[in-house]
Design a protein around this ligand. Structure first.
Ligand code: NDP
Length: 243
């Protein structure tokens, strides 16, 4: 754990799964944490209560990552409450499977809007408020390297786009000492994999999926001062699945 007292994190998509584990971990490390959600107000409120009960400070904001104006409004609300942003984690993402013959235009647009355009716009909206020396952390996926199964082409292309965008944004923000890195989890114990954990565990060299706290642990490390020399990187934690 580190002492991030006085620092503020903003997590896009923080109400469940990897995002919620990240919100909790960053709060434990001392950050005040604002986070967005799109549908699960119940989960968002539960998380705020849990953090508050432990003496932390959290703010839940409803904002759809597919909507540019809602993303901008979320950043404004976080800054109004906390006055600064030191770390932004862009976690919101969706996963829909279909082979290319079955991908509907609406599904293609939605995945591009949330997983690619939403990531870029969330970073763009936050950058003017981000402290020099701050952190931008995206959540990609190991499928950017290898999917291994049909039906993942759209998801794969969105996550490969995230891995590519952090390189260019890292160069844009380097003069301000802001690092930009991408965490690429493999299968993790979240709602996104409901019903598939046993099958995914069998595929893994480690014979298990990741625990969401293991992903949050790497995110917490990147947020710390000691990680300040790494930028533009995509870091894969997938139990060896893509080896
Ligand atoms: P979950 O489905 O468990 O949770 C998704 C989170 O993102 C929720 O907080 C959800 O909010 C939020 N979210 C979804 N869509 C939007 C949106 N349009 N606007 C704002 N927030 C949104 O997902 P995971 O925790 O499993 O995944 C998190 C990230 O990690 C994703 O980017 C995913 O692609 C990536 N990933 C996940 C892996 C896995 O195995 N689980 C593996 C590799 C990468 P709400 O609760 O309101 O619905």
């Amino acid at each position: 754990m580190s002492d991030a007292s006085g620092k503020v994190a903003l997590v896009f998509g923080g109400s469940r799964g990897i995002g919620a584990a990240t919100v909790s971990r960053l709060a434990k490390d001392g950050h005040a944490v604002a986070f967005t959600y799109v549908s699960r107000e119940d989960k968002a409120n539960e998380l705020v209560s849990a953090i508050t009960a432990e003496g932390g400070d959290a703010l839940a904001i409803k904002a759809d990552s597919a909507d540019a104006s809602q993303l901008r409004a979320a950043v404004v609300k976080a800054v109004e409450r906390y006055g600064r942003i030191d770390v932004v984690v862009v976690n919101a993402g969706i996963f829909r499977m279909a082979t290319i013959d079955a991908v509907a235009l609406e599904e293609l647009d939605l995945m591009l809007n949330v997983n690619v355009r939403g990531v870029y716009l969330a970073i763009q909206a936050t950058v003017p408020h981000l402290k020099d020396g701050g952190r931008v952390i995206t959540i990609g996926s190991n499928v950017a390297i290898r999917t291994g199964s049909p039906g993942s082409s759209v998801y794969q292309l969105t996550k490969a786009a995230v891995a590519a965008m952090v390189k260019g944004i890292a160069l844009d923000l380097a003069p301000r000492g802001i690092t930009v890195n991408n965490v690429q989890p493999g299968p993790t114990d979240t709602d996104m994999n409901a019903g598939a954990i046993e099958m995914l565990s069998k595929m893994s060299p480690l014979k298990r999926v990741a625990h969401r706290d293991e992903i949050a642990g790497l995110i917490a490390y990147i947020a710390r001062d000691e990680a300040g020399y790494m930028t533009g990187a995509s870091l894969t934690l997938d139990g060896g699945l893509t080896l």
